[in-house]
Design a protein around this ligand. Sequence first.
Ligand code: SF4
Length: 304
Amino acid sequence: MNDTGDSTAIDWIEIVPGFTCNCRCRVCPSTSQPPGWMEPAEVERLLELARARGAGGVWFGGGEPTLYPHLAQLLARARLMGFTRLRLQSNGLRLAYPAFSRALQVAGLTEVSFALMGASAASHDHLTRRPGSFQLLQQGLANCRQLGLKLEADVLVTERSLPELARLIERFHSRGIDGFTFWWTSLHGLPATEEQVALMPSFSRGIDYLVDAFRKAEQLGVLVASLHTPPCLLPERYRAYYRPASSYRLLVATPGGTPFPAEDSPMEGGVRTAACRSCSQVDHCLGARRDYLERFGEEEFSSI
Ligand code: SF4
């Protein structure tokens, strides 16, 4: 790992110890990454770097971080270093085993964000290409709820999940999830097969469904945020639901790479359209993703 020498204060570090996963989600770039894991010493060095820059939170992402053989040991180490929020971004499969989820909680885990692909087994398992994954995720969620962990969800917005978003919030809020973050499908890092391209909706097609989900969240009193829908794509009343990755003050570290701020990832936007030039939101908004513009053009974007 190279360090950037940057000393900007951060709140979080995301450590991706490897890209190995026990699902093969249809629009996940991790599936084409090389196997292998970070050495524990490297993770420790990243944790130290993050503490030195003021981070109080660490989240382990992936791939699937519950497959990382040193996870419990490093959660315990992070807690000793003074991290107060220790989080997993997980497909929840291994958390279905009570002894495993308990061991992580004992090591210091405070919260889990579950990756949701749909509101039903049919749509979730179709996306993960792992029959039974929805059922295991729900068992994992129940175990974590029993352990008193904070529970959130990262919801992948695809053509398939769009019509289910409001129902998904209702269903999973009733199972203990109190915060939902929407991730609009991206083709970045994918071969962009016909199937993958068909799974990425346009904003024009998807925004009404997203607004239904925002309304449902308001009704239920749960937190919801949308990472990749710039304010100009949302009706004025719902613009505050846009959450740029920069607001997390998050450093991301992947195997063999130099840690980078989350907002520098092409997955988070970074391209300015003609409309952005005269837009009042330009300092707050991360703009558009290149892969989105290549697929749909920039006609939907308009300055505020
Ligand atoms: S900065 Fe660009 S993408 Fe963002 S809201 Fe304004 S016009 Fe839309």
